[in-house]
Design a protein around this ligand. Structure first.
Ligand code: NAP
Length: 444
């Protein structure tokens, strides 16, 4: 692996140099084991510790299929799907791997007693399959996490509708939290030249998800002047949603849970901020009952900030805890767009507020290649910036994931895979210099 790292760090990019580098037969990856999926049985979700279930072990290098690419992963980052995999909720991910192996010819090698995690990476192409024409060894790339077959007609208007649609590193093996990673060629995009490896690896999953959810016609179709309520505005998804709304001429109303996070969203240019902890909103009076007076108090707080304008769009992902309030506060004809249910997936809302006021609930999930490409272009042109806060070595992936599980992090948490230190990989130092204040604003 040393040869690979040295060649990359030297700045070499020629296909011949990389094609002649030997690929090791095994590599280190952050993974969970199939025989440990019962280790947290009976424990409350918050007590399940990803640092106990995630191991950094050696695995055999997979075969590269005709439409696949083997990438030397310089850096990756923690996504919430890594939290779900590591606490085996809502179910262990080994079932996904078995189904993939069963239903897609050539995918048998994904069904292993270990699952290598990670749905983001920045790195360098090492090997390409026989049918790959879009990238070559030596290319510096980032990966988005949409894995599709496109053998059926269903996905040809919108690849997210492919019946064999999967999230790489969550529903497939050989993810990015590792020294090497296996991706489909159509997951790859150019690495933004002004970013370090770890900055470049931070955005793919959350930025693309927030892009589809808010900007795309497949989501809320954001317009200039739209008021957008953003839950978790300093978190992974929210820190990109906030930037996308500002960049698109909308007005974000950012919900956070501490003065520090309030400061972070202000540093991105948001002016309307609600600290949910300071305000003490309690939407549920007990496990089964929601308190509509609290929805009203929340709505009044939003109106006070916006001068009386209810949100045109509500950017939802906390789920059960907040969904009733989200449906309530959306304006007449407004859209609640949801991509997750962190606090519980059985949502309860008062349907009168939906139908009588002609609101819409839109389900959204990751992004198609086109949307991911557009989202990556915003990063590459400096319109949207990575919100990387901390960076951990690969060996500490479990602790990094535990930080996210405990909601102790800001923005994105990075992981160095093959990169020997932070700060490497910048190809356009002049552009970097121009955006430096924005690039470091989340750094601890
Ligand atoms: P994250 O970095 O942990 O951010 C989530 C934010 O939500 C936190 O920063 C927190 O902010 C806020 N939050 C947590 N509990 C809350 C509660 N009870 N009420 C209100 N706000 C709460 O995670 P993420 O990466 O943004 O992901 C969020 C969810 O989206 C996860 O469930 C993830 O699996 C899902 N997701 C889905 C997709 C998809 O394609 N479908 C893609 C990405 C993520 P404050 O504490 O500051 O309020």
């Amino acid at each position: 692996m040393q040869d690979i790292v040295e060649t990359i760090v030297s700045g070499e990019t020629s296909p011949a140099a990389f094609a002649s580098l030997p690929v090791p037969g095994s590599y280190l990856g952050a993974l969970v084991h199939a025989d440990e999926t019962a280790m947290f049985d009976g424990m409350a979700t918050r007590d399940k510790d990803p640092a106990k279930s995630i191991h950094v072990d050696r695995v055999a290098t997979p075969e590269v299929g005709p439409d696949e690419v083997l990438v030397a992963a310089m850096a990756s980052c923690v996504n919430y799907n890594t939290v779900w995999t590591s606490i085996f909720e809502p179910m262990p991910t080994f079932g996904f791997l078995r189904r993939y192996a069963r239903s897609v010819p050539g995918a048998e090698q994904h069904d292993r007693p270990h699952h290598v995690l990670g749905s983001d990476l920045a790195g360098v192409v090492l090997r390409v399959g026989a049918a790959v024409r879009t990238v070559k060894p030596g290319d510096r790339v980032v990966a988005h996490c949409l894995n599709v077959e496109l053998a059926a007609p269903d996905g040809h208007d919108d690849t997210m509708l492919d019946p064999e649609q999967r999230i790489w590193g969550f529903e497939t093996n050989y993810g990015g939290l590792a020294q090497l990673a296996l991706v489909k060629a159509n997951q790859l995009m150019p690495k933004p030249a002004h970013l370090t490896w770890e900055e470049a690896a931070a955005s793919g999953l959350v930025n693309s998800t927030a892009y589809r959810q808010l900007v795309s016609r497949n989501g809320a179709d954001l317009k200039q002047g739209d008021v957008v309520l953003i839950w978790g505005a300093a978190g992974g998804l929210g820190s990109y949603a906030t930037q996308l709304v500002l960049n698109g001429g909308g007005i974000p109303v950012c919900v956070v849970s501490s003065p520090r996070k309030a400061e972070l969203v202000r540093s991105m240019g948001a002016e309307l901020v609600l600290d949910r902890s300071a305000e003490g909103f309690r939407f549920w009076s007990d496990e089964h009952t929601q308190d509509q007076r609290e929805w009203k108090r929340f709505g009044a707080a939003v109106r006070e900030l916006t001068g009386g304008h209810d949100p045109d769009i509500v950017f939802e992902h906390p789920g059960r805890e907040t969904f009733g309030a989200s449906v309530y506060v959306a304006r007449r004809g407004g859209t609640v767009v949801t991509c997750a249910s962190t606090t519980g997936y059985e949502h309860v809302y008062d349907n009168r507020h939906l139908w009588m006021r002609l609101k819409r609930i839109v389900g959204s999930h990751f992004a198609n290649y086109r949307e991911a490409w557009a989202a990556n272009r915003l990063i590459a042109t400096g319109a949207i910036h990575p919100t990387l806060s901390t960076v951990h070595p690969l060996a500490e992936t479990g602790q990094a994931v535990a930080e996210v599980h405990a909601n102790r992090h800001d923005g994105k948490v990075g992981v160095l895979c093959l990169a020997p230190e932070p700060g490497l990989g910048v190809d356009d130092p002049e552009m970097r210099e121009r955006y430096l204040p924005q690039l470091v604003r989340f750094r601890n």
